[in-house]
Design a binder for this molecule. Structure first.
Ligand code: 13P
Length: 283
């Protein structure tokens, strides 16, 4: 069942678990994430970045996710991840996406507020929730380079003003995580997260979660994180599954044969993460 992220995140906030948001890049990954959600009876967010949308077209991704959602009784959200312009946000909205992220975090504070507010305006008119970002999640997400030279942490007082003025429904915060593969072990800055959580009620979003130790993820959920994003590890799992099959079967040429191994690996990974973040049974 296709739903918006609004109620899912509020329920997660109330009951101190998180909803997993998984980046899907092809039909096989959509199937894998759906299988894991059904097996664990978890609400789930499937999301695509502008880079992914460029690969196959927004209509094709939406059709895949919508069809998967229609097949299932678990709540499925189709979310735009890191929408970086008004245009792409409007495109996702028109395509039928049920949750939109506008990421103005690279912009100066007032410009981020202006861009986010303009997306909130048309989305809220149709009851579509909006995720925004303040502070910096480092690294590179698809072809979007998020590296900034400045302090990466979200300022709690700015966060309060930001959510009040924009009326966004959830907020991605800079608390020490980064997209992509970490060079060392990442460390979430829990002091910053706790301060933000103390002064704002808005559900908080953790980006760059691939490679973050599980105990840090569960602790972050205790301090206001309601949506947890995984992308890089799904790519790695999918590729590992296909490589292992092809390495053992040099003559294979049927995409369904090796695709199934990619599906299996992604499903296994997503199932583990749903168990970790406590979303199982919350449907
Ligand atoms: P990772 O690629 O580090 O899992 O980050 C995912 C993410 O935050 C998507 O927005």
């Amino acid at each position: 069942m296709l739903v918006t992220s609004k109620e899912l995140l509020l329920d997660a906030q109330k009951n101190k678990y998180a909803v997993g948001a998984f980046n899907v890049e092809n039909m096989e990954m959509v199937l894998a994430v759906l299988n894991a959600a059904e097996k664990t009876q978890s609400p789930v967010i499937m999301q695509t970045t502008p880079g992914t949308i460029k690969y196959a077209g927004i209509d094709l991704y939406f059709a895949n996710i919508q069809t998967a959602a229609n097949r299932s009784s678990v709540p499925v959200v189709c979310h735009l991840d890191h929408g970086n312009s008004l245009e792409i946000s409007a495109q996702a909205f028109k395509a039928g996406y049920t949750s939109i992220m506008i990421d103005g975090s690279k912009l100066p504070f007032e410009e981020n507020i202006a861009l986010t507010s303009s997306v909130v305006k048309f989305c809220h008119a149709a009851n579509i929730p909006v995720e925004a970002e303040l502070g910096h999640v480092g690294g590179k997400e698809d072809d979007l380079d998020n590296s900034h030279g400045t302090n990466p942490f979200t300022d709690p007082d700015e966060a309060k003003e930001f959510v009040e003025r924009t009326q966004c429904d959830s907020l991605a915060v800079g608390i020490g995580t980064a997209h992509g593969i970490y060079k060392g072990v990442p460390q979430i800055n829990f002091e910053v997260l706790k301060k933000i959580h103390e002064i704002i009620d808005t559900p908080l979003v953790l980006h760059g979660t691939s490679g973050v130790p599980d105990n840090q993820v569960t602790e972050a959920i205790q301090h206001g994180i309601c949506k947890v994003n995984y992308a890089t590890d799904l790519r790695i799992a999918y590729t590992r599954g296909i490589k292992s099959f092809l390495n053992a079967n040099h003559g294979a040429y049927d995409p369904k044969k090796y695709g199934q191994f990619g599906i299996n690996e992604v499903e296994r990974y997503v199932t583990q993460k749903m168990q970790l973040i406590g979303s199982c049974g919350h449907v």
